[in-house]
Design a protein around this ligand. Structure first.
Ligand SMILES: C[S@@+](CC[C@H](N)C(=O)[O-])C[C@H]1O[C@@H](n2cnc3c(N)ncnc32)[C@H](O)[C@@H]1O
Length: 233
């Protein structure tokens, strides 16, 4: 049966109270957040950066970002009100430069071209229409802005066991996309310079990164497009 957003709402309503104490904070979420921040620092240094965290949960990542990059502005969106409520004190402590909004990843409540970075950690497998979410992430990025997408890596036997068997047994028919699948989704949405890295041993995760199309004058054609354009007749 196809996964539906109501399943995510039910699961995270239940989980919201104990979420911050979960062992996954140490095993998976913390390492994923640190890997993403390293990429933000790589691209933007400590410049003022506008960051959107999709599926932000209780705001743990936003807090870490503001601790390391105090000039960043962080918006969070999450489908589940109870998860946002679980992070209320955390968001409040961050003051005016960080704010959470209840929204679906498939309909981001922002105009086009406003963020330097869209981050999405450990949430993507819950999206029933992943291609719509990626298209939305692309829409809200500035030209040249970066998408950082992290989810469980299921392309090796251990990852398949954890995510496709154990996690799916608990969460239902969620979809941890393969590395190939993630690349295809980003390509289709118009991301360029897509690259991927696998992190973690016990709970391996895949960080897929892409840049929103830069203005046409700065664009380097993809190899297969250049070959197609050069082909006779
Ligand atoms: C495992 S938690 C991860 C939270 C946070 N990103 C982190 O790394 O700690 C997954 C989050 O995704 C949210 N979520 C699930 N489906 C969503 C959707 N369609 N749109 C926005 N958020 C969603 C859930 O409510 C939950 O807070």
């Amino acid at each position: 049966m196809a996964y539906e957003r109501e399943q995510a709402i039910r699961e995270f309503r239940r989980w919201s109270a104990g979420y911050d104490r979960s062992i996954l904070q140490k095993l998976l979420f913390g390492p994923a957040h640190r890997a993403m921040i390293a990429r933000i620092q790589h691209h933007f240094g400590d410049r003022p950066t506008s960051i959107l965290d999709v599926g932000c949960g209780t705001g743990v990542f936003a807090t870490l970002i503001r601790g390391i990059l105090p000039r960043a502005t962080v918006w969070g969106v999450d489908l589940v009100a109870d998860m946002l409520a679980g992070g209320r004190e955390r968001w409040r402590a961050l003051g005016g430069r960080a704010a959470p909004i209840q929204a679906d990843s498939e309909r981001l409540p922002f105009p086009a071209g406003v963020f330097d970075v869209v981050a999405c950690a450990n949430s993507f497998h819950h999206y029933p229409h992943q291609e719509r979410a990626v298209a939305e992430m692309h829409r809200v990025l500035k030209p040249g802005g970066k998408l950082l997408l992290v989810d469980g890596y299921r392309d090796i036997p251990w990852g398949w066991f954890i995510y496709d068997l154990c996690v799916a047994a608990i969460e239902g028919d969620v979809r941890h996309v393969s590395a190939r699948g993630a690349r295809d989704l980003l390509d289709q949405a118009g991301f360029v310079n897509v690259n991927q890295n696998v992190h973690g041993m016990l709970a391996p995760f895949l960080l897929t990164e892409g840049a929103a199309d830069p203005p046409a004058g700065l664009r380097v054609p993809r190899f297969r497009d250049a070959v197609a354009a050069a082909a006779p007749g």
